[in-house]
Design a protein. Sequence first.
Length: 479
Amino acid sequence: MQIEQRLDPLLTAALDLGPEASLRGADYRFTGSARLQHQAQVESNARSYPRRIPLELRRAEGIHVQDSEGRWFIDCLAGAGTLALGHNHPAVLQAIRGLLDGKRPLHTLDLMTEAKDDFINELFASLPAEFARDARIQFCGPAGTDAVEAALKLVRTATGRSQMLAFHGAYHGMTQGALSLMGSLGPKRYLDGMISGVQMLPYPYGYRCPFGLGGAEGERVGLHYIENQLKDPESGVLPAAGMILETVQGEGGVIAPSADWLRGIRRITREAGVPLILDEVQCGIGRTGKLFAFEHAGIVPDVLVLSKAIGGSLPLAVVVYHKDLDRWQPGAHAGTFRGNQLAMAAGAATLKIIREQALAEHAASMGERLAGHLCALQRDYRQLGDVRGRGLMLGVEVVDPDGPVDSLGHPAAHPQLAAAIQRQCLRRGLIIELGGRHSSVLRVLPPLIIRAEEVDQVAEIFMGAIRAALMEVKSITYE
């Protein structure tokens, strides 16, 4: 465990888990950084990442970040998938400097600029030709959730309907409309004002199939259920303005449906006359081993929502859709910061690098390598209940193999162990995230530029973290 020995003493010195800190929860903190203490004092109680990743970051390069005490970490969170080329990629920096040195406009609302036209051309060149040929683009506020709101307005205007179809486990953002489409109950439990008429449908979650079947049979039954919902005149479901889904669910636990299921959904929505909105805010731009995750199924959406990686590390969000839906009026969706010129320049450079260097194919290869390591660990540790995902969008569901099973035979989630593994990864210099049901899925989203030897490092650190976490949780259990 050479890597563990090199990194662990450094990070252990930073993680002051003194008498006031509890290993039972995910909310532990450094006590040695004045800025981290200040953050805890002045930032909102709604803050999230600093509770589990209590770092004060100072420098970043490639797949690594350095904290204020000089310790380096492998960043397998990467801005929740935003940093496709990693931190401070030379091509991105050059694009930004070129805009600044040329005294180009930085804020333009939605007026045309060279940077904007270059970005549009790069994005459309990246899209499948069948989709790009008849596509229109709407620039939105700089967050993906605003693009989701725009997509809702778009299909409602075009169809004259108001109902929406969404899926269990979905995450589409934190604005009111997007929250209405969310599977997770936590963020919307205490809020009124959700948009009415959202019908939630089963997403094909093979490991915890809602029908108790899993695999191809579970997907087949789910498709039959959805199709019946749309065709049955007594289903109680009104004709929908649109169906929205993540081509690969991220926050829901890294759940990747089969190509057959996606093709089935495309057939059902087309026959029902329901526009299909694909949210690829996280799974798009090479993440899954294709430039766009829907390409694995050979389908074409009616509407595509993009953000995160398309801005080359800076805020940018767009909706790309078929021209037949372009029936809304001028000003139907607007936003002051929909003309982020730096993000357009950085995004165009990022898209060009990903295409020219075949980084989507590289992500497929590196993802297969990492998944292989994780599956090997799964054979030794029954607590790793499921290893899944696509490309460099991977998840490991942590379970209690000796605990009770539910009525459908599913093993109990083990969020305490998942949180302990995340902590132990951090001690050893690896940043990963939690997600999924009961926060029991360890999520790995490294930059697409990660190399084979770095993948092997991630796997080795992960193995050491599992061993340490099992001891940690066992010691807590028997206190």
